[in-house]
Write a protein of this length. Structure first.
Length: 319
């Protein structure tokens, strides 16, 4: 295949490029580097089968030659209001990536007769009233909160993707991605994994917001990428959750990272209000992924964290 991957210089996008090239496919990467990092693609410079276009997906997209698939992964994704890479500080760009970017990439898929895969998110479930979250759940989302620029952009993107499938016959897929972690996460991303690991490696107490009883589920990046590939190869048009259903509280997660990193500083509670709309619980129901794709995560949380901590050790040196 020859595939277009938007957001190619991002955490997930760069791993997707590696995976597809490793399978013998040709990859056209696209990114404007608003949150993606050029160094995530440095190892692909000059690699046979890889080409790159610096471009904002919110603008009209032209890719010369045939394409067999388009994977739209371009968007700010960090919910941390203190992160320069987060959607709180890039609200318009986030909405445009989800709306105009989805429209433009669907247009490319339609013009090229290519498969299309949209990277959606567990955030479309909002602060869920259903637990764990199934694809049939419609969500509990505030459409005008500061967090909504990401949530609603992805909800619109899903609706537009299905419209192109139903009206134009585009061969579409939608993956709802739950918390994913691993090498190439931005050290200043502001999300829980890089925050905790950085503090642990610096020998500092881990900052736990609220009472630490809010829960999360974490999927290692290689498992997520494998699930995305299997979904693209399937014939499923409706959304599919890809994530790790192992649920633990933020406090339990902090304790685990301290244990693996050998950090004796412990943790400290910060009663400050968490970001607006921050979900209390997050856990995927992956029954459809198991049934349709035969997929489930293989990398344990501890194994994934050890690999990620090793990456962050090097990243801190060159920070």
């Amino acid at each position: 295949m020859r595939v277009l991957i938007t957001g190619a210089a991002g955490f997930l996008g760069s791993h997707l490029c590696d995976y597809f090239l490793g399978k013998g496919h040709q990859v056209v990467g696209m990114d404007n580097f608003i949150t993606g990092k050029p160094e995530n693609l440095e190892h692909l410079s000059g690699k046979q089968g890889f080409s790159f276009i610096r471009h904002d997906v919110s603008d009209y997209i032209f890719v010369p030659g045939d394409l067999d698939a388009v994977l739209h992964f371009a968007s700010p994704a960090s919910p941390n209001p203190n992160s320069p890479y987060g959607y709180f500080n890039l609200p318009i760009q986030t909405m445009k990536a989800g709306a105009l970017g989805t429209h433009n990439t669907l247009g490319v898929a339609l013009a090229k007769g290519a498969k299309y895969l949209l990277a959606s998110t567990s955030e479309i479930y909002g602060n869920p009233l259903e637990h764990p979250q199934r694809e049939s759940y419609w969500g509990n989302v505030d459409p005008i909160s500061t967090r909504s620029v990401y949530d609603e952009a992805k909800r619109f993107a899903e609706a537009l993707t299905m419209a192109y499938h139903r009206f134009h016959g585009v061969d579409t897929r939608i993956v709802r991605i739950f918390n994913t972690f691993g090498p190439r996460m931005n050290i200043d991303d502001g999300r829980i994994v890089p925050n905790f690991i950085t503090q642990a490696l610096e020998g500092k107490p881990l900052t736990v917001y609220g009472d630490g009883q809010q829960s999360r589920s974490f999927c290692y990046v290689t498992d997520l990428i494998e699930g995305v590939y299997q979904l693209l190869e399937s014939t499923e048009h409706y959304p599919v959750n890809i994530g790790n259903p192992q649920e633990l509280t933020v406090l339990e997660f902090a304790q685990l990272i301290n244990k693996i990193a050998g950090n004796d500083a412990g943790y400290e509670f910060n009663p400050a209000k968490r970001s607006e709309g921050d979900p209390q619980r997050r856990q995927p129901d992956i029954s459809r992924a198991k049934e349709i794709l035969g997929w489930e995560p293989e990398v344990t949380l501890e194994e994934g964290l050890r690999l990620t901590i090793d990456y962050f050790k090097d990243a801190l040196v060159t920070r």
